[in-house]
Design a protein around this ligand. Sequence first.
Ligand code: NAP
Length: 410
Amino acid sequence: MQPSANIKKNDNGLLVVPDHVKIPFIEGDGTGPDIWRATQAVIDAAVLAAYNGSKKIDWIEVYAGEKAFEKAGNWLPQETLDTIEEHVAAIKGPLTTPVGKGIRSLNVSIRQKLDLYACVRPVKYIDQVPSPMKSPEKIDMVVFRENTEDLYAGIEWPSESNEARDIISFMSQKLGAHVDEHSGIGIKPISAKNTKRLVSRAIQYAADNRCPSVTLMHKGNIMKFTEGAFCKWGYEVAAERFRDITLTETELYDRFNGKLPAGKILIKDRIADMLFQQVLLRPDEFSVIATPNLNGDYISDALAAQVGGLGMAPGANIGDRCAVFEATHGTAPKYAGLDKVNPSSLILSGAMMMDYLGWKEAGAIIRAGIQEAVRSKTVTYDLARQISGATEVSCSAFGKAIIEKMKIIQ
Ligand code: NAP
């Protein structure tokens, strides 16, 4: 096998992935080391099972969070960001947000500094995982949440601050918009450029994965020039870039009697509050959801709960330059070092990373291995306390159970 090398992008922006590839990882804080150990073992075993030694990953550790602070007095070294960008794909465990240490959130900083504008969260039911839904198997969605703007960008000032007072006075004097003079102020920017690149990525995903629809989730009936504009720009980019493969609902009913022709993707939009109802009542009508940052935060976690909670939910932050795959839960510090928590979120994020590299066989084996381990009721404490007749195992033992199941599937 050739020595390991970095992923590159060709002139068309497509990934060129060597068979022996270097991938950086951030272990994470708290329970991060436990779940990373289990995850690395599962990914390596899946790659071996899928490609019989013709593909391999060389893992490169990069530092962020507590480990970086201990080593270099810096929570998020520039070298870490540079290494991730240079290698195009990376995976990370959860990171503690240092309270009052100058950085709002390390995760938000990583997303902003690497311009990882799409937060991608697939939500699919794994058989036997306890769910509050009657028919959780109907849920198979992927949320594309805009990651860089909206109220979530953190442009805000506290009540009584000079900045808040200045803005309130400017609004009153120049714009005729009056708010209580003691208000705190937050700003909600949403731009055509950032909306269009997010929605393009969602439609491209739908095309690559044969998904029937992309739903633009927004609250544009009330917030017309931000969320309403998101919806308008979403339809615009569908028409500009994907005219051949997309249809609106009006076109669907006017021209095709409501029946989606093969190979087409339906672009529809739904008001956010109504969509929360519809994903509970008729989840099989939704496939890819594209939405601004704050809505995306809420709907991703609500959907994760519908299929059994954050412990099982994978995630990725993807930009044009690089992508970071990550566990969606936090560091669960009370369980740190106990080899106890569920590593599935990070393992399934690893499966997403395999798909991103084009190593789809390895991704499929990982998902099947988790499915079989859960079906056999050999699970970590969080699932064991909800599944009757389950055997509780440690984090590392659950990883080993997944690897054993992968061998049988093979
Ligand atoms: P958390 O770490 O997600 O933990 C909350 C609870 O969720 C845990 O006590 C545990 O519930 C359950 N849980 C979390 N991970 C689990 C796993 N892998 N397996 C099974 N159960 C799991 O949330 P938090 O306590 O609010 O946050 C702790 C730290 O994590 C904070 O510093 C926060 O900033 C950070 N954080 C980081 C990220 C990230 O890096 N992406 C995301 C969120 C939070 P039980 O107690 O019921 O067992």
